[in-house]
Design a protein around this ligand. Sequence first.
Ligand SMILES: Cc1cc2nc3c(=O)[nH]c(=O)nc-3n(C[C@H](O)[C@H](O)[C@H](O)COP(=O)(O)O)c2cc1C
Length: 368
Amino acid sequence: MNTDSLFKPFSLKSLQLKNRIVMAPMTRSFSPNGIPTDQVAAYYRKRAEGEVGLILSEGTVIDRVSSSNDANIPHFYGETALNGWQKVIENVHQAGGQMGPQIWHMGIMDNHHSGWLPSQPFEGPSGLNRPGSGNGSTMTDSDIADTIAAFGKAAADAKRLGFDCLELHGAHNYLIDQFFWEATNQRTDIFGGKTLVERSRFAVEVIKEVRKQVGDDFAVIIRLSQWKPVDYNYKLAKTPKEMETWLNPLADAGVDIFHCSQRRFWEPEFEGSDLNFAGWAKKLTGKSTITVGSVGLTGEFLAAFGGESSEPSSLDELLRRMDRGDFDLVAVGRPLLADPEWVTKIRQNRTDELKGFTKEALTELILA
Ligand SMILES: Cc1cc2nc3c(=O)[nH]c(=O)nc-3n(C[C@H](O)[C@H](O)[C@H](O)COP(=O)(O)O)c2cc1C
């Protein structure tokens, strides 16, 4: 297998990556009271030592009382949590890696199975997290303004701590995506509307504030998904034209890289072309894109949460699309969660040593 195209360097603003492989953001819930521990730093350091080009952190939440539904998900605010993150980025840099935090607000959530709840109700555009039902409050104008400011503060802190880029979590029906989706955004003010471009107003304002805080030269990524956790076949943008009207305002507001979340990277986005989401996003915006979803594994990640195991699979189709120029970077989730040396093994063609994925890998921070 010739994997040369995965090992070409990539440069964009603050990013100088040695290869095209990105560690996908993966929530681990190993940060008690929101504070990343030394073990979390060691976990990321191992991926940098294992030659990952760009590490994206697990989702880490902004300074809003109800931005999280789990006490063990890391905060990206407050001195103690930020000191923890400082250790993470120092470790990653010492090991020759580059990294950005995935900045997150969960929006309206179901209650966590642990029973932990934030001290105020979950907040979102219309109190809803799926068609016709919800579990929290509708954000007021001042909630929205304060949330945009909190995203900006987190971005400024990411740059101040020495991270190389940041990613906004705009996917998977969390807050930013709840504004995009008509089922969860029924507002009649300037943050709502009948069209996707109108409902993108919140994202645009967040991106503009983030860009203002980090300046022109710091790479800003946004993660987006067409699918929703309650409907894997859902598409926010139903045609290429609609996708263009969605993505270009986000690019104009300051996005450098679109991270296009799919469960299976090879699935075409629209009829009549085999381009995937990342392929279309690059074609329509001219921006760099990241693809993701079952790279190097037989099964997809949501089934993995249900206990399904996956075997290693061929990278041929990924490389075909990459060589065609469909996307610039490739995010890999579960293989890197299970094996910090996955990238090295791919580069050295040690395919018989690849591990696959079993549900046990979800229960610990694997260091070797
Ligand atoms: C344990 C776990 C936690 C995840 N947490 C996040 C997250 O915090 N933010 C996010 O955008 N995606 C999250 N995802 C999705 C991954 O980033 C990725 O898109 C998905 O696993 C598909 O990639 P894979 O098939 O290579 O695993 C998570 C996935 C897993 C397996």
